[in-house]
Design a binder for this molecule. Structure first.
Ligand code: SF4
Length: 363
């Protein structure tokens, strides 16, 4: 299990002193001091005193409540949205990737765990009753890794139970861990997808601290499939470097060594992109990383990306490989412009514009 031992302190919102789930979390972290606070101001102040508040924030749990949990993925202006929905249950992540945009957005925040699950239950029931007729993908992986703290929160078991029987609502757990023990304890539900973010091993070793190795992720994916789960894969961010093409093709080859093509629900591709403030933070925290020492252009949404020809080449090469394994139709792009989408996927592979974009195989 990843980082279990690094949690050093717990802050508990005073209002939630009697919350049963908060007590359960505290019991699962024996020996850690528990500090009652009125709000997050004191928590963030104490974290800010550290020379590296981002790392320090990953060692501190703040048990609090969230006002609302479900929202459509904001995607980015000018990009083709895949219609994803987010469940904001936890914020911040105990893993540590050099390209993680949370470094820019959540600087110095603790691991925020929302313990007011009754409100989430009510919100989810209302949401499901309104969305009965449409296919929806929903997951917890936007502001954290979905499974990195599952040993502590058991979010997976709670959410699976909450969305049980909602056949058109596909619940995704997106992870860079191999921690699927909770998911293996239960009978798999047909609407659950466990998805792994993948990169070549050299990128994992250099840029993704605390995560499972490529092999461990694929072995976990195989265990999940053998147990009866459907799986997905995300190549996001794809990093460009000398030899990227061969390395990524090797990762794809490895997927099919372990996973039958029928068990795979979707594959996403997204090249490295970042807000302007991120490189300085990441260079300070990841001294050996060469991620940001390349040519980037400032995009229409203010984020930096590889120049268009490079992105297009990456997408064409990658989709070609998936096409070779008869999975090209299940590939989609994350946060890309309609024009790149058109050239990389729609013309190239699908040959027509799909009105059920982007998941015709689910509808
Ligand atoms: S696993 Fe995801 S959320 Fe966690 S540090 Fe890496 S990029 Fe950020």
């Amino acid at each position: 299990m990843i980082q279990k031992l690094t949690i050093e302190k717990i802050y508990l919102d005073k209002k939630l002193e009697k919350n049963k789930f908060a007590r359960k979390i505290i019991d699962r972290l024996p020996g850690r001091p528990v500090v009652l606070v009125d709000n997050n101001a004191r928590v963030e102040h104490e974290i800010s005193l550290s020379p590296d508040p981002i790392t320090q924030g990953k060692k501190v749990v703040y048990l609090t409540e969230n006002r609302s949990f479900l929202r459509p993925c904001p995607c980015t202006p000018g990009c083709l949205s895949c219609g994803y929905w987010n469940i904001d249950l936890d914020q911040n992540c105990p893993l540590d990737c050099s390209y993680c945009i949370l470094q820019a957005y959540l600087n110095g925040r603790p691991l925020v765990l929302s313990v007011n699950r009754i409100e989430l239950e009510k919100e989810a029931q209302k949401f499901l009753s309104q969305k009965r007729k449409v296919t929806i993908r929903i997951g917890t992986g936007e502001l954290t890794d979905s499974l990195a703290l599952d040993w502590l929160t058991e979010n997976s078991l709670f959410l699976i139970d909450l969305f049980k029987g909602a056949e058109r609502c596909l619940l995704e757990f997106k992870t860079k861990t191999a921690d699927i023990e909770n998911l293996l304890k239960i009978k798999p539900e047909a609407n659950v997808v466990i998805a792994w973010s993948l990169n070549p091993e050299k990128i994992i070793a250099m840029e993704e601290r605390g995560t499972a190795s490529l092999l461990a992720r694929l072995v976990a994916a195989k265990r999940a499939v053998n147990h009866g789960y459907k799986v997905g894969f995300h190549f996001d961010p794809i990093i460009h470097y000398e030899g990227w093409k061969e390395d990524y093709a090797e990762v794809v080859k490895m997927i099919f060594k372990y996973i039958p093509v029928e068990a795979i629900c979707w594959v996403s591709l997204g090249t490295l992109r970042f807000p302007p403030g991120l490189p300085d933070v990441a260079r300070y925290r990841f001294k050996d990383s060469k991620l940001y020492e390349q040519e980037f252009i400032k995009g229409w949404d203010g984020k930096y990306r590889y120049p268009r020809p490079r992105r297009l080449k990456i997408y064409l090469e990658m989709t070609e490989v998936f096409y070779d394994y008869s999975l090209g139709e299940k590939v989609y792009l994350c946060m890309e412009s309609p024009s790149i989408y058109g050239e990389a996927l729609i013309k190239k592979i699908r040959g027509r514009y799909l009105t059920t974009f982007p998941f015709p195989w689910l509808c």
